[in-house]
Design a protein around this ligand. Structure first.
Ligand code: SF4
Ligand code: SF4
Length: 336
């Protein structure tokens, strides 16, 4: 279909810091990617959050920090982390499951927190709650409304899977009515729980045909409703160049046990390129994710081919039907 989507190329000189300040969570979503066996169960102390933020601060670069968990609002010092990141010149986002513990809305302000993102996987409790937990839809949407009333910029993350793709279009009237400014549609990755618990015959994943038929169309409709939409590229066009974010950009996925990954697909494996030891950031020797980023294969992303080979289909000559883009490559449609 025709789409007004623009691919958001990787920006040199920009860094994105995905900072998991704890792994604890009040929910147990079926597709949760947190893997405490790999990421530990530590809750970082306030001083450590501040020191680690300083490690990634670079005044010469546009830096975005995204506070994550577990559920980051369960951390009693999240508001201090937000203030510290702002002091370091970073744009700040918090990704929450909607419970907003520790009076976050009252403890920080829209001046310090650029975006408050809520994870919601369905337009009503019937779709959302079997994935995220009973009662979650009501709590999440109530707190979204409260945040909008308090003038926070509110965004929503919808993780598309086989369980909810047919309901994606029904998110638009809900988001428009609440006053959500940005809508992030993301594709389910087979990490953490979703790598083990596979619902039904088709499992979690949507087919390329389903994705290409539904997601760009819904994204266009959301933009027409005044919402800024971002969604992963996933399938590269024939004339589009493949780029690995691990080579061309600076993304850091920090976990509370000190592991720092450059690629989110690697997070279930001890191949992180960097680690924080005694509050210093160090490169790891030996075989790490960095070694894979350089490989050039017909299928596109090498980690996708290694970890999620079922997502790739081949023609009769053995050529892949689609090249898979870097999972960090996004498309966006601005509000009409
Ligand atoms: S997906 Fe997020 S909200 Fe759900 S259990 Fe995992 S950390 Fe908690
Ligand atoms: S998802 Fe693939 S292309 Fe993107 S950083 Fe990881 S290995 Fe590189």
């Amino acid at each position: 279909m025709n789409s007004n989507a623009r691919t958001v190329g990787f920006q040199a000189g920009e860094r994105n810091i995905f900072f998991h300040i704890l792994t604890a969570c009040n929910l147990s979503c079926r597709h949760c990617y947190i893997n405490t066996g790999q990421h530990g169960t530590t809750t970082l102390a306030r001083k450590t959050i501040e020191k680690w933020l300083e490690l990634f601060a670079d005044p010469g670069k546009k830096s975005n920090v995204i506070f994550l968990g577990g559920e980051p609002t369960m951390h009693p010092d999240l508001s201090h982390g937000i203030a510290k990141a702002k002091e370091l010149g970073m744009a700040v986002t918090v990704d929450s499951n909607g419970y907003l513990f520790n009076d976050l809305l009252e403890k920080t302000s829209p001046d310090l927190l650029d975006y408050l993102s809520f994870s919601l996987d369905g337009p009503d409790a019937l779709v959302n709650d079997p994935i995220r937990g009973e009662g979650v839809f009501d709590v999440c949407t109530t707190n979204m409304r409260k945040a909008v009333q308090m003038k926070y910029n509110v965004s929503v993350i919808y993780t598309v899977s086989n369980l909810n793709i047919d309901h994606l279009h029904r998110m638009i009237p809900l988001l428009a009515e609440i006053g959500v400014k940005r809508f992030f549609i993301q594709v389910i990755g087979l990490r953490g729980h979703s790598a083990q618990d596979s619902p039904g015959d088709q499992g979690w994943q949507v087919s390329p045909e389903q994705w290409l038929d539904i997601v760009p169309r819904v994204a266009n409709s959301a933009a027409e409703a005044g919402i800024h939409v971002t969604f992963p590229k996933v399938f590269l066009e024939k004339d589009e160049a493949f780029e690995c974010a691990g080579v061309v950009t600076e993304n850091f996925f920090i976990f509370p046990n000190g592991r720092v990954y450059r690629c989110p697909l690697c997070e279930d494996h001890p191949i992180h390129a960097l680690e924080i030891k005694d509050d210093a950031l160090v490169h790891r020797a030996g075989l790490t994710e960095d070694n894979f980023f350089q490989l050039n294969i017909a299928e596109g992303c090498v980690m996708n081919k290694l970890l999620q080979p079922d997502t790739i289909s081949y023609d009769k000559d053995g050529k892949p039907n689609h090249r898979i883009s870097c999972c960090l490559l996004k498309q966006e449609i601005l509000p009409v």
